[in-house]
Design a binder for this molecule. Structure first.
Ligand code: AP5
Length: 226
């Protein structure tokens, strides 16, 4: 009996959210603060795919051609991957899904999976930024090889003297960025309506200073703190 009470308490303490928003909106940047303050784990499908590419796995090889063009990796590959990820014990205290779901088919698969696991999401954060700003952000983004942290050459440079090894993601070249934005509009944007219809969409203005945007996110997430 005591075991059941403990299990129930752990489940109630968790926070499970989706982070939705166009490429470059700041999902990765803001996720870092959310993880720090709410004790949740960031599950970024983009990071998992890039790690698979680096490790030369079959999934990584299959994903490469789509990612390099700024297209979405096929739903079946992503859904199988997420099924495995969601089983991991480190996600027991909650998670933030960054970059998933990205199509209505992925959202439906996630609903089904969570029902099978007798689980549910708290909400969806929707970070809104216009295309002109997104292009500026992505084309001058640089990622640190050592930590995976994203910086921006002008808006968010690494601290002076920081020991970083910066590189530009292949899909951050302007032509690919423009395609990623088109793909977002066509395939991911409809998810805002999908979650709004379930009363599960919290919109956040993603323009402005990084810490001020986080302040707005915090106000929202505090409502879901258990
Ligand atoms: P993924 O890695 O998920 O990329 P994305 O969604 O395109 O998002 P980004 O990582 O580019 O942007 P972000 O919102 O995290 O912005 P960031 O915080 O870095 O996906 C890559 C590819 O993988 C996809 O194209 C697809 O092929 C594949 N894929 C992944 N998931 C998939 C799925 N579910 N289904 C199918 N395919 C999938 O910030 C961007 C820049 O702006 C940084 O330089 C940052 O320093 C700067 N910045 C952040 N906030 C601000 C601010 N407030 N003001 C000024 N600059 C700012």
């Amino acid at each position: 009996m005591i075991v059941n009470v403990v299990e129930y308490t752990i489940r109630e303490l968790t926070m499970k959210i989706i982070f939705l928003g166009p490429p470059g909106a700041g999902k990765g940047t803001q996720s870092e603060f959310i993880c720090r303050d709410y004790g949740v784990v960031q599950l970024s499908t983009g990071d998992i795919l890039r790690a698979n590419r680096k490790a030369g796995t079959e999934l990584g090889r299959k994903a490469q051609e789509y990612m390099d063009k700024g297209e979405l990796v096929p739903d079946s590959l992503i859904i199988d991957m997420i099924k495995e990820e969601l089983k991991k014990p480190e996600l027991a205290n909650g998670y933030i899904l960054d970059g998933f779901p990205r199509t209505v088919a992925q959202a439906e698969a996630l609903d089904k999976l969570l029902t099978e696991m007798s689980d549910k999401l708290d909400t969806t954060l929707v970070l809104e930024v216009d295309n002109e700003e997104l292009i500026k952000r992505l084309t001058a983004r640089r990622v640190d090889r050592k930590t995976g942290k994203s910086y921006h050459l002008i808006f968010n440079p690494p601290p002076e003297g920081a020991d970083v090894d910066l590189y530009q993601r292949d899909d951050d070249k302007e032509e690919t960025v423009r395609n990623r934005l088109k793909v977002y509009e066509a395939q991911t944007f409809p998810l805002i309506e999908y979650y709004s219809a379930k009363n599960m969409a919290e919109r956040v203005n993603g323009l402005g200073k990084i810490d001020e945007i986080y302040g707005e996110i915090k106000k929202i997430l505090d409502k879901y703190k258990k």
